[in-house]
Design a protein around this ligand. Structure first.
Ligand code: TMP
Length: 206
């Protein structure tokens, strides 16, 4: 049996630039012929595409616990039908948001009990934890400026919410320094990429 691939996740508050960086990392790995997939949460599976629409654009009130379960349903489906099979094929899985988003947004952001969120998360991921997580840390003013145009349900939460997320992510990194690395995302795209690829190359031994 071939070796299981590595699971790398990209995290950060809205406006941190992680999606651009995830695409650049994918291109870097493609150019080096390293087999990989780039996926995201919510919306990485077929069912998840439907859940993403609800999560980001449902206009009536959504209870905190309902929101949490919807993200976890998206994750469970994504793990089972996309992430796990790709890892078993030995691929590197790059994922734009994963478990730490639920801890940061629904836990730190929505003030829900962190241990409960972790327990629920563990059920959804069925033993598949990220091997490496990059947190793109950006100050709240810069992030808000980057969020142009119409905002989705969570982006519309504003500055105070963003500050809680940022503090949450830094706390997660502090508790798990081996898995979670923080990159200064206030810098320009190229510098952020240089810092990120350095971590990934070291991790993958490239
Ligand atoms: P995206 O815009 O980075 O794709 O993420 C969609 C939004 O969903 C973003 O505002 C963060 C939020 N989110 C959560 O609140 N909890 C989660 O578990 C995940 C994966 C995303």
């Amino acid at each position: 049996m071939s070796k299981r691939g590595y699971f790398i996740t990209f995290e950060g508050a809205d406006g941190c630039g992680k999606t651009t960086q995830a695409e650049l990392i994918k291109k870097y790995l493609d150019d080096k012929n390293v087999e990989n997939i780039l996926t995201r949460e919510p919306g990485g599976s077929e069912l998840g595409v439907h859940l993403r629409k609800i999560l980001l654009h449902y206009e009536k009130p959504v209870s905190n616990i309902a929101e949490t379960f919807l993200y976890l349903a998206d994750r469970a489906q994504h793990i089972e039908y996309k992430i796990k099979p790709a890892l078993e094929e030995g691929k590197i899985v790059l994922c734009d948001r994963h478990t730490d988003s639920t801890l940061a947004y629904q836990g730190y952001g929505r003030n829900q009990d962190l241990e409960t969120i972790k327990r629920l998360n563990n059920i959804a991921i069925n033993g598949i934890l990220p091997d490496l997580t990059i947190v793109f840390d950006v100050d709240s003013e810069t992030a808000q400026k980057r969020l142009k145009g119409e905002k989705d349900r969570l982006e519309a939460e504003g500055m105070e919410f963003h500050k809680k997320l940022r503090a949450g992510y830094l706390d997660i990194a502090k508790h798990e320094p081996k898995r979670v690395k923080v990159v200064d995302a206030n810098q320009d795209i190229e510098q952020v990429f240089n810092d990120t690829i350095k971590i990934i190359r070291e991790f993958l031994n490239l």
